[in-house]
Design a protein around this ligand. Sequence first.
Ligand code: MEV
Length: 396
Amino acid sequence: MTDATRSSRRSGWNKLTPSERVKELAEWLDADPNDLRSLFEGGGLDAAAADALVENVCGRYALPFSVAPNFTIDGRDVWIPMVVEEPSVVAACSNAARMVREGGGFRAEADDPIMICQIQLFCDDLAKAREAILENKARLLDIAGKQDEALARNGGGPRDLEAREMRDPETDENFLVVHLLVDVRDAMGANAVNTMGEAIAPEIEKLTGGVYGLRILTNLADRRLVRVSFECPAEALALKGYPAEQVVDGVVSASRFAELDPYRAATHNKGIMNGVDPVLVATGNDWRAVEAGAHAYAAKSGRYKPLSVFRKNAEGRLTGRLEMPMAVGVVGGATRAHPAARLALEIMGVKTARDLAILAATAGLATNLASLRALSTEGIQKGHMRLHQRSRHLQK
Ligand code: MEV
């Protein structure tokens, strides 16, 4: 991450022109502003690179590339790039980061980057098949590991195998679900684990006499969680006409609403994804995968819940805590092939998938806090519509 000695705090950024912001960004990166300007003029991606990235390309589709300043995470000051079409998200994110830094900033931690590949196995005796698989775990892990020797050289690779029996009451069809757990290091990991799953499935068939079905990762990446928290002095949250304590109580009450009601929890979590997704888009990551994982994790207890919770502590400070799966990478796919995605990683100074996971989740907790603060005081529309006006003249 970036140099801990310099401040990410910026005020009045909303009053600058894009060209002035690029100048500041170039200073932050110690880069030539003209290089950044020409990158942005081309939408960050030239026609040939676009054609190489996916199929049937006819053109390119631009979105605004913004930067949210003011973040302090684990004592380091960072800027967070965001690519998003919705007005007020970037402003909300940097505004919340400014408030939280008054309490010392965000704290974060992430699990090892473990992804899971599921292998479905149809067989008659599920318990016997499970036993055979677990007895041969070391050999199966070895076969899986040989599929990606580069990953092994980087310290990653298969870590474990688990198996669950699944009974379908509708069809009476029984099958085993084998989970292959793989440390994917700095990749999102889909290709690595799918390749490994496809490699061991025929071996599992031989061992059990069963027949394999699907072999694909699960987006419920619940072994790859990220946790972000903060503690913010009440005064930092005050707003004209709304005393600090009232704001804290309002945010806590909004949190309780989401904890009790899945209808509210869905919208609460959308406010989190307002911060997460723009970071994923900016860095060329698979935001659909993270969205799927986030909502599946929110519903894991059997009832859909908010991914974050806010409380008032004994000193009257607001505390916030977010936990969610975050399957992201800093190598492979568009993260390296898209020049603007490479720039986004450079702006954040992230070198590992773990660091990126932390930054994306932190942006999520920041936009979430900003939404709850606005909703429990003046309402969301006042600020939102003011910013929305900026693009009204473009509407056809
Ligand atoms: C709008 O994009 C997001 C919010 O609806 C989130 C929330 O209600 O918490 C404001």
